[in-house]
Design a protein around this ligand. Structure first.
Ligand code: ASP
Length: 348
């Protein structure tokens, strides 16, 4: 008996996947919508895996992604929820991890797979990773895993626990303080212990949506010797609603010169939340470990905990969008919304 094929909606948002490389300049150029319409002709195997439908939401370089488009994407998925068993979002790699976090925070009780993918090389060129990525992503979307995931170069990551780490390798993504959820080899292997337990709700139930997010934030990297002038501090505090600082190691900043302290004090006075992230590509922020971190705990700075930079910045946008009171900002950040951080009493 032939099993009924699953229905998968492919939502195109842009990125390298659907572009072509201009032979003369080697520049990546956007292709026209007709090319996307021909996806099934280019990768006919997709039709064997699932009954596919295609919706072109936008055709952006993912550097232009922002909260309002995340919202449209989430609303589109929910509005078409009943008609599909899974969803694949084709997205540029540059900000894919931010979009995956945003969808994870916006959508509660996800009972079907939502898979983001893209490629380092366009589908239309030789030696492209696009073909394998889209085949894996569509297959993953038929497997019933109730998660928002990034599927890339045969690895599957939780949407809130992944970061882009290479602009060159086909393995563009890796987990951030978390192992992959699964991988495609000869077989698809799932890391069962990492998967969420299936929700005790019917797959007919739509996810609850809360797409409020305010992206009026700034992220600042500190480098040795860097000081912020009073003019810069005033400009920051008077123009943004939230601040992320990427400190050294476990979240340390200079204290012998007072400008970072001054920024945090000014922000505190104006009830602007400041979140400390780390420049390290693994590990967690532990502000109490050193004097140069404790000075910022005393100024009300929130710990980014073990969150990826992408997840932490989007969580700040969500906190602002939901108008969480300034006094409860630490609690909001410490509590996982979508497995983006450890529970405070768990071991890492
Ligand atoms: N600049 C492209 C984007 O993120 C890169 C890619 O898709 O790999 O849209």
């Amino acid at each position: 008996m032939q099993l009924k094929k699953k229905r998968v909606l492919l939502l195109h948002t842009g990125g390298t996947f659907g572009m072509h490389v201009d032979a003369g300049t080697n520049q990546v150029q956007p292709s026209n919508a007709g090319y996307l319409g021909g996806l099934l002709q280019k990768v006919p195997e997709l039709a064997d895996i699932a009954n596919l439908d295609l919706q072109i939401l936008c055709n952006l370089d993912s550097s232009d992604m922002r909260a309002v488009i995340w919202r449209t994407l989430a609303e589109t998925i929910v509005s078409r929820w009943d008609s599909f068993d899974g969803f694949v979002v084709v997205h540029g790699t540059d900000t894919m991890a931010y979009t995956a976090s945003a969808l994870s925070f916006f959508m509660e009780n996800v009972t079907k797979p939502i898979v983001l993918t893209g490629s380092q090389r366009p589908l239309s060129v030789l030696r492209s990773d696009a073909r394998a990525n889209i085949i894996d992503a569509v297959e993953l979307a038929t497997l019933g895993i109730p998660e928002i995931m990034i599927c890339f170069d045969s690895k599957v990551h939780r949407g809130t626990r992944v970061t882009k780490y290479s602009s060159e390798h086909m393995q563009a993504f890796r987990g951030y303080n978390a192992p992959p959820l699964g991988s495609f080899g000869v077989h698809f292997r799932v890391n069962k212990r990492s998967l969420r337990r299936k929700a005790q709700i019917s797959t007919l139930a739509k996810p609850c949506l809360d797409c409020r997010a305010n992206d009026n934030i700034i992220a600042i990297d500190c480098v040795p010797g860097m000081n912020l002038s009073p003019t810069v501090i005033n400009a920051i505090v008077s123009s943004v609603r939230g601040i992320v600082i990427r400190g050294f190691g476990s979240g340390n900043l200079p204290i012998e010169s007072s400008s970072w302290i001054s920024l945090c004090e000014n922000a505190f006075k104006n009830k602007i939340p400041v979140v400390m992230a780390t420049q390290c590509s693994a590990g967690m922020v532990s502000l109490n470990a050193y004097e140069n971190g404790r000075a910022f705990v005393e100024r009300g700075v929130i710990s980014g905990n073990d969150m990826s930079f992408e997840s932490l910045t989007v969580k700040l946008m969500v906190m602002l969008g939901r108008q969480i009171s300034f006094d409860t900002r630490h609690e909001f950040f410490a509590k996982p919304l979508s497995d983006e951080c450890i529970h405070q009493d768990d071991d890492i």
